[in-house]
Design a binder for this molecule. Structure first.
Ligand code: T4K
Length: 376
């Protein structure tokens, strides 16, 4: 049962190399490398069609998209967000010199608890920045209602949601703005990359200006922009990736189903939820290890997996609020977010990616069964 080569939590999907050469040849011919070139424009159009969203603006990565989204809506004061995410979520708030206010999550979806959002609102609050963690939907209706009642903006960190739908509607189409990540570790990757999704042409133009230094014409800079543009090589790669996305999602689904079947009888493991109305992208396969149920701690299981060459990841541990940068915040104090504090101690994301073959998935399942000594 010994696994010889390390198996990591993910591995990027790559299309056939020879197909990418055609795109490279076109770039070599036309010499357009960046600044809203033909592949960039084409990828924006194709992604709007694929995701079923009205407007998309491509970015060099998801973090720059988050930073720019906060600028685009002119957010000030305090922003309510989750501690159970990748650190880019709240770093984007800090980089904009705004105050991070953490609120607790729900146990069912690992996303912000609407009642905790409402309790965290003060006269200085201007936005909510929830995260659809692992592609599971936030309570979008409740969050919309809270934002409307209090006059707040909503920016969804939808970095994990590529291809997911809630009741047939793209999960990255909610809120005032949503951001996506196309990092190498994501379901759809352009090596590095990201996007902002918005709902009207004026906002799209505003965002396009912001990501290009604030230029509105050759001679005019009207606002303080940044350079956050996606290059032609990334956009070309994205176009090729789109050709294979359905196949990649299907392979992820097969792995997900194997894990569900193979691990469902182990009492110490809680499997990921199947939210009603959600078309998933199977970007992550989080399991939750409850010591009380089976006597094993998450870290014991995590270390034992590593000894077997299986490199799951504890996404997201520690909570962002535990990092020194956030220690001073009142909302980050221990005991303030009991659900997030529990979930972060229980989670391990198991390897899931299109090139992980079913034999290996079954081996991983057998290793886990052995760790739990399930048949003894
Ligand atoms: N919001 C959320 C909710 C996010 O999750 C993220 C990013 C962002 C915002 C920001 O978006 P970006 O600015 O990144 O576009 C990874 C990624 O670096 C990060 O993009 C991602 N979230 C986060 C959840 O995961 P690490 O530190 O775990 O990455 P790393 O390098 O350890 O990679 C994990 C495994 O993937 C490796 O063990 C091996 C494999 N891998 C990785 C890379 C980079 C490969 O096989 N090839 C590769 O090129 O953060």
């Amino acid at each position: 049962m010994k696994i010889k080569t390390p198996i990591y939590v993910t591995q990027p999907s790559l299309p056939p190399l020879e197909e990418f050469e055609d795109y490279l040849k076109q770039i070599w011919d036309n010499k357009i490398l960046t600044n809203n070139g033909p592949f960039h424009r084409e990828l924006e159009q194709k992604l709007c069609e694929y995701l079923g969203v009205p407007y998309i603006s491509l970015f060099a990565n998801g973090t720059l998209a988050l930073l720019t989204a906060l600028q685009a809506l002119d957010i000030s004061g305090e922003v309510i967000t989750t501690p159970f995410s990748f650190v880019a979520t709240s770093h984007a708030i800090l980089w904009n010199k705004l105050k991070v206010v953490f609120a607790d999550i729900e146990e069912e979806t690992y996303t912000l608890d609407p009642t905790k959002i409402e309790a965290a609102i003060t006269p200085d609050t201007s936005a909510i920045l929830p995260v659809h963690v692992y592609g599971y939907p936030c309570r979008v209706k409740e969050i919309h209602d809270i934002a409307s009642r209090h006059g707040l903006k909503v920016i969804y960190d939808a970095a994990h949601t590529f291809g997911t739908k809630l009741n047939g509607k793209s999960l990255c189409s909610f809120g005032d703005l949503s951001i996506l990540s196309f990092h190498a570790t994501k379901v759809f990757n352009t090596f590095e990359g990201g996007a902002i999704i918005c709902h009207d042409a004026a906002m799209k133009e505003h965002i396009d200006h912001l990501k290009n230094f604030g230029f509105t014409s050759e001679l005019t800079v009207e606002e303080m922009g940044i350079n956050a543009k996606m290059s032609e090589i990334q956009a070309a790669f994205g176009l090729l990736q789109l050709k294979y996305i359905e196949e990649a999602l299907e392979k992820r689904r097969e792995i997900h189903d194997l894990y569900i079947k193979g691990l469902s009888d182990i009492s110490g493991i809680t499997l990921p939820p199947e939210p009603i109305g959600l078309t998933q992208n199977y970007s992550y396969f989080p399991i939750f290890i409850n010591k009380v149920k089976d006597g094993k701690t998450r870290d014991e299981v995590y270390e034992e997996l590593k000894r077997n060459n299986i490199y799951g990841r504890r996404y997201f541990y520690p909570l962002i609020s535990k990092f020194p940068t956030y220690h001073g915040l009142e909302s980050a104090q221990p005991g303030r977010m009991p659900v997030a504090e529990k979930i972060t101690e229980e989670v391990i994301c198991l390897p899931i990616y299109p090139d992980l073959d079913s034999k290996m998935v079954n081996t991983i399942i057998r290793v886990i069964i052995k760790i739990f000594d399930y048949y003894n």
